[in-house]
Design a protein around this ligand. Structure first.
Ligand SMILES: NC(=O)c1ccc[n+]([C@@H]2O[C@H](COP(=O)([O-])OP(=O)(O)OC[C@H]3O[C@@H](n4cnc5c(N)ncnc54)[C@H](O)[C@@H]3O)[C@@H](O)[C@H]2O)c1
Length: 330
């Protein structure tokens, strides 16, 4: 089975490509490398001993994407490509709407044209806005607090409308919680271009003295220690969720949370990182950040029951593997 992985050089995409190759799928990556590096392809080969075909195309370029679909007989698509930095999306909303929406519409148009009807889409827990209770179930009301989140929700709506119009589509929407960690080999991990937007790459850069101090936004939330609580999930557990989604026999439009179901506070994560890696992480508490919520963790019951999704890595593994990746690549 030939799988087109958009954004396959990125953090979650690269781990998923490894899983797909290990499971015997043929993989084609399309990525414009706006937030990733070409050497990821060699690293994937080192881990799996298998090669992938790579197209350095921008999905916003319909003509190129069309030529790719013409050339390759694609059976299914996993769509990771997109811009993902919340604060940047607030500063540059048009860039986010343009990139994330145009790319997806082009992709879906090509899928229609070439009769490729199976897609797995990377959505996010951010579509739950401020949840009414915890844990978060898939049927909770949806809302967003920033342009990035709005692009995810808009794409979910586009996919839902597409399915209503043509129910031969087989669509899986995966709502990720907070992926961290890295591949055991130390070869793949989160390696953002520029200053990290996500917590774990920031923690790692402070631990390695590339950045001076971590700011923790707020310690007066109604949580175990006042800092925000999130559902951190090892990227290898998350990536395997995509293989399970491809193998799922259930047809139609399906939506699953991918999280561990465990809430961990930001401070608990920092302390665990220090303990596991025997390092110090310099941090300061600053005021709350606009749009942040106190707690967010998933119910993963539906993914467990319908996909057989069962995370196997714990917080220690996540902290160890994240640090190992950066140490191995310095
Ligand atoms: N990492 C997270 O915390 C998280 C949480 C929820 C959802 N997601 C979503 O999962 C997906 C993957 O996230 P990630 O953490 O691996 O991000 P990432 O930035 O590491 O990977 C995204 C990849 O897409 C590529 N890309 C972006 N726009 C493109 C375009 N127009 N054409 C071609 N390639 C393009 C980038 O170069 C990058 O390699 C994203 O859609 C993201 O929004 C991520």
């Amino acid at each position: 089975m030939k799988i087109l992985v958009t954004g396959g050089c990125g953090f979650i995409g690269s781990h998923t490509v490894v899983d797909l190759l290990n499971e015997g799928y043929e993989v084609i990556i399309v990525d414009n490398l706006v937030n990733s590096k070409i050497d990821v392809l060699d690293k994937i080969k080192k881990i799996t001993n298998k090669s992938v075909k790579f197209y350095q195309y921008d999905l916003c370029d319909y003509t190129k994407l069309d030529s790719l679909f013409k050339e390759e007989e694609i059976d299914a698509v996993i769509h990771f490509a997109g811009l993902k930095a919340v604060s940047e999306s607030v500063e540059k909303p048009l860039m986010y709407y343009e990139n994330n929406l145009y790319s997806t519409i082009n992709l879906l148009k090509c899928m229609m044209k070439y009769n490729v009807k199976k897609i797995v889409f990377s959505s996010s827990a951010t579509v739950y806005g401020s949840p009414k209770s915890l844990p978060i179930y898939e049927d909770f009301p949806l809302s967003t607090t920033n342009p990035y989140g709005t692009t995810k929700l808009m794409i979910e709506n586009i996919l839902t409308d597409l399915y209503k119009a043509d129910n031969s589509f087989d669509i899986t929407i995966l709502r990720y919680f907070n992926p961290i960690g890295a591949h055991k080999s130390g070869l793949l991990g989160e390696d953002p271009n520029g200053i990290p937007n996500n917590l774990m790459p920031y923690i790692v850069k402070v631990a390695t003295h590339e950045l001076p101090i971590l700011s923790i936004f707020g310690d007066d939330y109604d949580t175990v220690d006042g800092t925000g609580v999130r559902d951190f999930i090892h990227v290898c557990d998350l990536s395997y969720g995509h293989v399970l989604a491809l193998k799922n026999k259930k047809e139609g439009l399906k939506i699953y949370n991918l999280g561990t179901g465990q809430g961990t506070s930001v401070l608990e994560l920092v302390k665990m990182f220090e303990k596991v890696n025997n390092v110090e992480v310099n941090y300061k508490i600053v005021g709350r950040r606009d749009g942040d919520i106190a707690s967010c963790y998933a119910s993963n019951k539906k993914a467990q029951e319908e996909l057989g999704f069962k995370p196997k890595y714990n917080l220690e593994d996540m902290c160890r593997d994240s640090y190992n990746f950066v140490k191995s690549n310095r």
